[in-house]
Design a protein around this ligand. Structure first.
Ligand code: AMP
Length: 217
């Protein structure tokens, strides 16, 4: 089963992807993570990408599609992919369909995480993650002293460069203008399921679990 986890920045896509990995043996493909990996090369292209990310704008479809293409053809994750942060516009959604089709795959589900934008500024600007296992915490809601994962117990938390109040409003504007319209495309395929992502993490996971078990049965 391939899934798109959909929603604005700060909706909890990464957190719920971790839940899906642990409980349903799925594989997370986050274009944001792939891009942040790419930045480490320090190349000229990486600097261009970094500028766009820090401005809350989208990186070109060409770069994104080439990152995704390499992964989709990997047979070990066939039909087990959670797409997180992708697609981000209608052209990417259409490219995804083509790439999946070329690899004899399709999308089964779009999980639409619905949240009020009013809570996103705090969720995003307070977000930090463990430097080792990447588990996320929030400095306002659950200030971490050490990572809760016994495997790392680190004190080192890292913060994304674009997780600041200045960039949040630009990222939300980009989401509204470019990303939100994709929902109509997927709704016409009847694969969208709405999730109340305002509630606590466990209740959101529970809603998702019910939907997936239902689809599998
Ligand atoms: P994320 O980690 O998903 O919040 O993405 C962080 C930033 O990476 C976004 O604000 C964009 O600048 C860029 N990005 C991530 N995914 C995409 C995508 N599918 N298309 C274009 N840009 C992307």
């Amino acid at each position: 089963m391939n899934i798109v986890i959909f929603g604005p920045p700060g909706a909890g896509k990464g957190t719920q992807s971790s839940y899906l990995i642990k409980n349903f043996g799925l594989y997370q493909l986050s274009t944001g993570d792939l891009l942040r990996e790419e930045l480490k090369s320090g190349s000229e292209l990486a600097l261009e990408i970094e500028k766009l990310m820090n401005a809350g704008q989208l990186v070109s479809d060409e770069i994104i599609n080439s990152l995704i293409k390499k992964k989709i053809s990997n047979t070990s994750i066939k039909n087990k992919i959670i797409f997180d942060g992708f697609p981000r516009n209608l052209d990417q959604a259409k490219s995804l369909d083509e790439m999946l089709n070329e690899n004899s795959q399709s999308l089964s589900l779009v999980l639409n995480l619905k949240v009020d934008y009013s809570i996103l500024a705090k969720r995003i600007s307070g977000r930090v993650s463990c430097s080792i296992c990447k588990t996320t915490f929030n400095e306002f809601f659950d200030p971490p002293k050490t990572c809760s994962n016994s495997m790392c117990s680190t004190r080192t938390m890292v913060k994304r460069a674009d997780d600041n109040l200045d960039t949040v409003s630009k990222r939300l504007k980009t989401y509204d203008e470019s990303t939100l319209p994709i929902l109509d495309y997927y709704s016409s395929k009847n694969i969208v399921r709405d999730i109340d992502a305002m509630s606590d993490i466990h209740s959101v996971s529970e809603q998702i679990s019910i939907i997936i078990k239902d689809l599998k049965s």
